[in-house]
Write a protein that binds this ligand. Structure first.
Ligand code: NAD
Length: 476
């Protein structure tokens, strides 16, 4: 069993409270590690360290700062197998996907290192003679990054890389469900020789440690990836200091399947999108609107494909493993029970399997006969359950897809250019995928509409979340 410590001001240290949080392997349901149950005092120490380090860090050249990101990428690659093992253990993520997450995270650090010579301010024309107006892009200051349990390593990098590159200093709080890979990374960060205080890792509950970090006047930007509820609490907690927030929250991604869709491609993409990491991915397919003209054939193929999804020990690389914990499983079971009461039909799955004996498993599930009034078509499931509704055509599909409190991702499967372009122009979501699974690129911009969030991550636009403008008028 591993015992982790917080990493504050370049030193590994416990919490003054001495209290520890146990971390479970969700598949074996055994304790694999402990982390300090950090509190407001630890939060204040980490923020003070970040504040103290920020001026000197920002004074370095961007290329110098980028050199540390490159060292982090190299350290991740040198430890890629061990990190993937830890990730698979703490999350019950299948080992193949855990390895992808580790490798993409290394790429992410390199990607943002490349921005060191590319991001720019502006020179604005003045209407006065003998004057220049400069628009500088300067680091926002101390960044608090709060991470979820579903992509703990990648999401950590999504916050650390642009923050450090732009000259901000950072305090990261992983989810107390999955802190291990992040704290293994803290050891690698220490070995890069990064100046003390530039990057700090703390642990603790959202309601105590998280709350103390976000409400502090030292914090200039809170970037959260998590649930809508946590986003709402953070907006309240940051109100007093008018602290900027960047929130990446839940989703209810619609999939539109048109009558002319390539069904081989569609079924493979939709099933893959629903069962990846046991359905616990914010951008994956959460509800389907299929044209009634092809609905029977589509449902038939989908039922077979969902029933063929394999599950089990994450180290045997099945298609998926268990849910993160028993609470998530209970939530999924309750949602399916209510959907059945409201008239949904279980076409495959719809229950816990008898094997494996440990781990909160739920069978890959397809629900037919769904309609827009059902909770299962409106609320995030975050599990391997896919509700499907038949529609009369594209007009109805787009209207129902948009009738949603979330606005993260969406997709359409069609071979008709007009249908595709109508969806692209009319779907009210931050991302739309055409004829492919739901998954974003690091050079894109991952940003939700409506309750799915404020601001966003990745690419050029993600970088600018960490910068603030400073306009300078020079009369000469
Ligand atoms: P969660 O909201 O329970 O927790 C996320 C993080 O926020 C944790 O570190 C938690 O400790 C912290 N937190 C909770 N309340 C807080 C508070 N009041 N103040 C400060 N910090 C607080 O989310 P989760 O269960 O870890 O993750 C699943 C959710 O995240 C799903 O809704 C999923 O859709 C969403 N998610 C979104 C994206 C995206 O990019 N939009 C990506 C991954 C996950």
């Amino acid at each position: 069993m591993k015992t982790y410590q917080q990493y504050i001001d370049g030193k590994f240290q416990g919490s003054h409270s001495k209290d520890m949080i146990e971390v479970l392997n969700p598949y074996t349901e055994k304790v694999i590690a402990t982390v300090p149950n950090g509190d407001a005092e630890d939060a204040a120490k980490a923020l003070a360290a970040a504040e103290k380090a920020q001026g000197l860090w920002a004074a370095r050249t961007a290329s110098d700062r980028a050199s540390y990101l490159k060292k982090m990428a190299a350290a991740i690659r040198a430890n890629r197998v061990e990190l993937a093992k830890t990730l698979a253990e703490e999350q019950a993520k299948i080992i193949g996907l855990a390895q992808v997450e580790i490798d993409v995270t290394a790429d992410y650090f390199d990607y943002y290192a490349g921005w060191a010579t590319k991001y720019e301010g502006e020179v604005i024309q003045s209407d006065r003679p003998g004057e220049n107006i400069l628009l500088l892009q300067q680091p926002i200051g101390v960044v608090v990054g709060i991470c979820p349990w579903n992509f703990p390593f990648f999401v950590m990098a999504r916050k650390v890389a642009p923050s450090l590159l732009t000259g901000c200093t950072t305090v990261i709080k992983p989810s107390s469900e999955t802190p291990c890979t992040t704290f293994d990374f803290a050891k690698l960060v220490h070995e890069t020789g990064l100046p003390a205080g530039v990057l700090n890792f703390v642990s603790g509950r959202g309601s105590t440690m998280g709350n103390a970090l976000v409400k502090s006047p030292v914090t200039s930007l809170v970037t959260l990836t998590g649930s809508v509820e946590a986003g709402q609490q953070i907006i309240k907690a940051t109100a007093e200091n008018i602290t900027k927030t960047s929130l990446e929250l839940g989703g209810k991604a619609p999939v539109i399947v048109c009558a002319d869709a390539d069904l081989d491609l569609t079924v493979k993409a939709v099933v893959g999108s629903r069962v990846i990491y046991s359905g616990q991915v914010c951008n994956c397919a959460e509800r389907v609107y299929v044209d009634a003209k092809i609905a029977d054939e589509f449902m038939d193929r989908m039922t077979k494909a969902m029933a063929a999804v394999t599950y089990g020990d994450p180290f045997n690389n099945p298609d998926m493993s268990c849910q993160i914990n028993r609470e998530q499983l209970a939530k999924i079971e309750a949602m399916v029970a209510r959907a059945k009461q409201q008239g949904a039909q279980v076409l495959t799955g719809g229950e816990r399997p008898s094997e494996p004996k440990t781990g909160a498993f739920y069978k890959p599930t397809l629900l037919g006969g769904c309609n827009q009034d059902m909770e299962i078509m409106r609320k995030e499931i975050f599990g391997p359950v896919l509700p499907v509704m038949r529609v009369s055509g594209l007009d109805e599909a787009i209207a129902l897809a948009n009738d949603c409190e979330y606005g993260l991702t969406s997709s359409i499967f069609t071979n008709n250019v007009t249908s595709m372009m109508r969806a692209v122009n009319e779907l009210k979501f931050g991302e739309t995928y055409v004829n492919r699974e739901h998954f974003e690129a690091l050079q894109g911009f991952h940003a939700g509409w409506r309750k799915s969030g404020i601001g966003g991550a990745d690419g050029k636009h993600g970088l600018f979340e960490y910068l603030q403008s400073h306009v300078v008028y020079i009369q000469h």
